[in-house]
Design a protein around this ligand. Structure first.
Ligand SMILES: Cc1cc2nc3c(=O)[nH]c(=O)nc-3n(C[C@H](O)[C@H](O)[C@H](O)COP(=O)(O)OP(=O)(O)OC[C@H]3O[C@@H](n4cnc5c(N)ncnc54)[C@H](O)[C@@H]3O)c2cc1C
Length: 517
């Protein structure tokens, strides 16, 4: 233990006094500022600049509160900018855009089924009641999200993509939020990782930030929103928590997440007294390009693409839960597979037209040519396609797959080399439906909020596609709003808070459990 000398204690006192000087008049600062540490002030500080953090910041600013965003990486957006599939929304506005009736009950059941019942019903209900409002909020900021796309087999809800060419849903959402943050003059500090949440008498008092040169500064704030994403890009944490089933997966060596997603917020929150749960719940994605790590969205499989192994044989219902597809892929030779698509699918999925995907793909003008380029036996491959088409005519194939939009006959044919990767972490900080972080006793920690991938309880075993961005925006907004109400109860309730949610009266049975685990 280091013992302070008398001189150090005096110096320490002087530094505390200096910190008090920069505080607002009449405020007592108990924070211990270190030598040379500047103290700034904000009503709300947001950690992380993905969809959750930016939503929190904009929502807090909408109330009139002073808000600041800290981002540890040199660029903003986190994993949110990688979202290339779709964003789910359910409600009257989404119905109008999708042009069909949607069933909130069926989506609720799918979330619980996919999560193996390990979801918190209150969080799901909050999410489902608010996605429509979040959808409206994003589009009112200029996000173009008007193109409905197919969701997993038989789903009676809707996924939306952007109409804007050359961009993805994640980029579109982050860009809209950034524009709104800019309009509201919200400072966003990059290369500014939060390294400590400062507490005073059991309540949040601010954050300490470490800059890239190792220097530190303090932001004094009564409310902090943790929106630091998952810990999927922290291989040590991932290995430490991987469950029995996934511990041997080669997929543990790869991730689809942004490099900043290393679990910082989880540790910072826990050190500040937050409860943490379900850290063993890792999510995997079965189709990332083996050479580049780029993700091939699930909609490519929904449109008709199939997986074959290095012998040219199918081995799984490609539309089964991601974890089931990953488990089967891990059993194949080399733990890799080929994702087979045709020209029709590539035309519908603009991402696959990008050069990094095209360069990774093997193509063939005929089935035989493609097989030879994949180095699989042409006869086996042709037989695989023939059986697949037979299933398509019957409406159900040998693996139980029912949706086969394409018969894989539009040439050229494509084979993308794919492997599985860690796609997310379902565990994290425990927070209630108002994004208020709880301590081990289940009591809210005054001033501490969490949203997005750092929050636990929503997804359980596996997140339903399209729910990542929706959850980040819904709970980010809630966190930002509640944090600002906590910090500045004197401010009036903003108009945006008075928007009417989904239009549904959701009377779901909280005991609703999946038909199958
Ligand atoms: C490849 C990929 C594709 C996906 N596709 C879809 C999709 O199509 N549809 C969908 O709905 N969902 C999709 N998801 C999931 C979705 O992107 C996430 O659920 C969502 O983006 C999470 O947002 P977030 O704000 O919580 O985290 P992030 O967007 O990851 O943001 C977290 C930010 O916090 C920063 N940070 C970390 N530590 C600190 C610190 N100490 N101080 C300050 N900042 C810090 C990180 O650098 C990062 O920028 C996809 C995810 C991936 C990885």
């Amino acid at each position: 233990m280091r013992i302070f000398s008398g001189l150090r204690v005096i110096l320490f006192g002087v530094l505390c006094a200096a910190a008090t000087l920069v505080a607002r008049a009449g405020e007592t600062v108990y924070l211990v500022a270190r030598a040379g540490e500047t103290v700034y002030h904000s009503d709300v500080v947001v950690l992380g600049s993905g969809a959750a953090g930016l939503s929190a910041a904009v929502a807090a600013a909408e109330t009139g509160a002073k808000v600041m965003v800290l981002e540890k990486m040199p660029v903003v957006g986190g994993s949110s900018v990688f979202a290339a599939d779709y964003v789910t929304a359910i409600g009257k506005r989404a119905e109008a855009v999708a042009g069909k009736e949607l069933s909130v009950e069926s989506l609720y059941k799918e979330i619980v089924r996919s999560g193996g019942g390990r979801n918190d019903p209150e969080l799901i209900e909050k999410l489902l009641l608010m996605t429509d409002d979040a959808y409206e909020w994003l589009t009112s900021m200029g996000a173009s999200l008007a193109r409905p796309v197919p969701v997993r087999e038989g789903g009676e809800w809707a996924g939306f993509r952007t109409d804007t060419k050359g961009t993805t849903v994640g980029v579109e959402v982050v860009k809209a939020l950034l524009r709104s943050a800019e309009d509201r003059r919200i400072p966003i500090e990059t290369l500014a990782p939060a390294s400590e949440i400062l507490m005073e008498k059991g309540a949040v008092a601010g954050v300490r930030v470490t800059d890239m040169r190792g220097g530190t500064f303090i932001i004094r704030s009564p409310a902090v929103v943790i929106a630091t994403g998952s810990y999927a890009a922290n291989p040590d944490m991932v290995r430490m928590h991987a469950g029995k089933e996934s511990r041997q997966y080669t997929a543990l060596n790869f991730t689809t997440n942004a490099p900043g997603c290393t679990g910082d917020g989880l540790i910072l929150g826990h050190m500040a007294g937050a409860a943490v749960r379900d850290l063993e719940l890792l999510e995997f994605h079965p189709t990332t390009i083996a050479t580049t790590g780029d993700i091939i969205p699930s909609s490519v499989r929904s449109r008709g693409a199939i997986l074959v192994n290095q012998q040219g044989k199918r081995f799984v219902n490609e539309l089964d839960k991601r974890r089931a597809v990953v488990a089967e892929t891990e059993k194949q030779p080399g733990h890799v597979a080929w994702l087979i698509a045709d020209e029709k699918i590539v035309e519908q999925e603009s991402l696959l037209q990008e050069s990094s995907y095209q360069l990774a793909a093997v193509t063939g003008a005929t089935e035989e040519e493609l097989a030879r380029r994949m180095r699989v036996d042409p006869e086996t491959f042709k037989e695989t396609l023939r059986t697949y088409r037979e299933g398509l005519l019957k409406g159900k194939d040998a693996f139980g797959r029912r949706t086969m939009e394409s018969d894989l006959s539009a040439v050229p044919l494509y084979a993308f080399p794919v492997r599985s990767a860690v796609h997310g972490t379902s565990g994290g900080l425990v927070a209630d439906e108002h994004a208020h972080v709880q301590n081990e006793e289940g009591k809210p920690i005054p001033g501490l909020y969490a949203a997005g991938d750092v929050m636990s309880g929503l997804n359980g075993l596996e997140r339903v596609s399209g729910m990542g961005i929706a959850a980040a925006v819904v709970f980010g907004r809630e966190a930002g709003y509640c944090a600002s109400r906590f910090a500045r109860p004197d401010l009036p309730v903003p108009e945006s808070r008075r928007m009417i949610p989904s239009g549904y009266t959701l009377r779901l049975d909280p005991r609703c459990r999946p038909d199958e685990p």
